[in-house]
Design a binder for this molecule. Structure first.
Ligand code: PAF
Length: 283
């Protein structure tokens, strides 16, 4: 596994790999890696000759300074996990190597996507994601890039970025990995105590309950029940929504019959903000 701190050196290396006819797969991360990230890397390795993982805690996507300051950083563990899981190349830049103004910002109109759920509760978050992924795509020029379904709205944003600016990159989405108790794997779980991890599992339990109610009850009733159940476990609820994943708008009655529907939520557990989502309809 080769580790690059300079994007120029990374680019030279990847250029020579491409000249040999190798395809490049890319998994962007903010580090503090877990089995969820490894499932993205596995998918990447199964589709491409050379896998590239980036590790960079992107300050542009944090609207809350405290949240950024406490984001877990553990490079040694991350590198050893990547080594054990057949990663070929790691890009681990210093702030200036990636955010220096060599690559210019782009403007991507996200429309309503930036006004609801994560867009509403974390102003500027998606623009920060767009700017960093744009820089990473520009440097790495991958054939495919893999993202996790746990960040469902981020996936929609990235697909818009891909369509507008990177039509040759294939974006793949890997399903959410969960702990045995249902808690969605996330780097932020490292900030929870054992009892916090147990409490946070109420989110998935309530999603399963929502699925059983989906065909018989209106969305508003399901949202109320889920919110109540999550709060009973001592979590704060920022939002619970049932949305049409094409538009991210609240599902309305006319949608309900033939549409896919996802339940999405953001909760606070022991001061840690967690998001999760679950498909309520069958494929
Ligand atoms: O999903 C993440 O970890 C981040 O949002 C990403 C895509 C690495 C951009 O910083």
């Amino acid at each position: 596994m080769q580790i690059f701190r300079s994007h120029h050196e990374l680019q030279n290396h990847l250029l020579s790999e491409k000249e040999k006819g190798y395809s490049i797969g890319f998994v962007p991360t903010m580090g503090a890696l877990h089995q969820g990230h490894i499932s993205l890397l596995d998918l990447c390795n199964s589709k491409c000759d050379v896998s590239v993982v980036s590790i960079f805690v992107n300050p542009l996507q944090f609207n809350n300074k405290e949240d950024l300051a406490k984001y877990p950083v553990q490079h040694e563990q991350d590198l050893s996990l990547l080594r054990q899981n057949s990663c070929d190349v790691v890009y681990l830049p210093e702030r200036n190597d990636i955010l220096g103004n060599e690559i210019e910002n782009i403007h991507l109109n996200l429309g309503d996507l930036d006004q609801v759920l994560e867009g509403k509760f974390r102003p500027g978050h998606f623009d920060g994601v767009v700017q960093i992924v744009h820089r990473l795509f520009k440097i790495i020029q991958p054939n495919i890039a893999v993202f996790g379904e746990k960040d469902l709205q981020q996936v929609a944003v990235i697909k818009q970025l891909q369509k507008s600016f990177y039509p040759d990159v294939l974006v793949l989405v890997a399903p959410t990995k969960r702990e045995p108790n249902g808690l969605a794997m996330s780097s932020r779980n490292m900030q929870l105590s054992d009892s916090g991890k147990m409490k946070a599992a109420a989110v998935f339990d309530s999603f399963l309950m929502a699925k059983t109610m989906f065909n018989s009850l209106p969305a508003s009733k399901i949202i109320d029940t889920v919110t109540k159940k999550i709060k009973e476990h001592g979590l704060e609820v920022e939002y619970v929504s049932i949305i049409n994943p094409e538009t991210f708008k609240d599902l309305n009655k006319t949608d309900k019959k033939n549409m896919k529907a996802y339940i999405c939520c953001a909760v606070i557990c022991e001061g840690v903000r967690l998001i999760d989502n679950y498909c309520l309809t069958d494929d």
